[in-house]
Design a protein around this ligand. Structure first.
Ligand code: ATP
Ligand code: MN
Length: 292
């Protein structure tokens, strides 16, 4: 399913954590890994050159740093039997990453939710945000510091039953097969909108019943798909606020990996990622594979 995995690195811990997860998948899928560091050409632009005449030297320094960043990750992989390519390019990071994906037939990207700048831990890094939003291939994002977790035993597929959730189901199942994992299908009856009027009469009860029916159908579809692949599967339908409920489920059930679509039912605008996905990617303690 994944012959080539790209790990873009800016030399940060976030990128290193992403590299380890990339390596887990590469080992399971027998994939080749590409390590790419992009020298941000805006960092030595002509505007800066006016202030600093030695901009040519700057360029060299940045290129050196990028080379070290890919070199450090390459070293991590050196004892393992994974084929590893390295590349340093000049450009605007998210654009260069996108071109690289197209040119090298990349099947999956693994990157940190934060990079070197990472000032505000509450926001998603801008490079990652753009790649997640626009990538045609799945993107695995990792927030955490590098750890030794190398197996995925419990994979969560949150679903709202929408078309946009389907590709993520296929990837979740594909990974579960390689790791012999149990799939957890979770659908949350979104009670956010009427939290106050919760017990407010028959109208609301009817609406809740309708929503619950949709959620049950959504998890049943995942359950069927898993059974077709002889995978163990657990289903759950609960009321709550989607992102918070998903997070609680991850903690309570010891989930190792989440796969979800970049858009859901609401999916207003194609160029934004869904708000539930955005929050999960930004705050999840476990890696999240987003599929557009
Ligand atoms: P900011 O949006 O302010 O730059 P940040 O540095 O915390 O915030 P990102 O730049 O999005 O966040 O970094 C997140 C991930 O994106 C990194 O872990 C790395 O995988 C990748 N990345 C970022 N910059 C580069 C780059 N220049 N070359 C290759 N990969 C990069
Ligand atoms: Mn950055």
């Amino acid at each position: 399913m994944y012959d080539t995995i790209l790990v873009p690195t800016d030399g940060s811990d976030g990128a290193e954590a992403a590299a380890r997860h990339g390596l887990n998948l590469a080992t399971a899928f027998d994939s080749q890994i590409h390590l790419l560091s992009v020298v941000d050409e805006r960092s030595y632009s002509s505007a800066l050159a006016d202030l600093n005449p030695s901009i040519g030297e700057q360029r060299e320094v940045f290129e050196q740093q990028a080379t070290e960043a890919v070199g450090r990750l390459e070293e991590l992989f050196s004892d393992l039997s994974v084929t590893c390519h390295t590349a340093v390019e000049h450009g605007i990071p998210h654009e260069a990453i996108r071109s690289y994906i197209a040119e090298h037939d990349i099947d999956l990207v693994s990157m940190g939710t934060h990079g070197r700048t990472g000032l505000d831990r509450l926001l998603l890094g801008s490079v990652t945000e753009r790649v997640v939003r626009t990538s045609d291939v799945p993107v695995l994002t990792t927030r955490h510091e590098p750890d030794d977790r190398s197996n995925y035993d419990r994979i969560l597929i949150p679903t709202d039953g929408s078309e946009s959730a389907t590709p993520a189901v296929d990837h979740g199942i594909g990974i579960a097969e390689q790791f012999d994992a149990t799939v957890h299908a979770l659908s949350v009856i979104d009670t956010t909108a009427f939290a106050v009027a919760y017990d407010g009469g028959p109208g609301i009860q009817t609406l809740l019943d309708t929503l619950e029916e949709g959620c049950k159908q959504a998890v049943a579809e995942v359950e069927d798909a898993c059974e077709n692949h002889n995978l163990d599967v657990v289903t759950e339908v609960v009321r709550g606020t989607p992102y918070r409920t998903i997070q609680e489920y991850v903690d309570d059930e010891g989930i190792d990996l989440i796969t979800m679509g970049t858009h859901g039912r609401t999916g207003l605008e194609r160029y934004l990622i869904g708000s539930v996905t955005e929050r999960i990617v930004r705050t999840s303690d476990v890696p999240v594979l987003t599929v557009r």
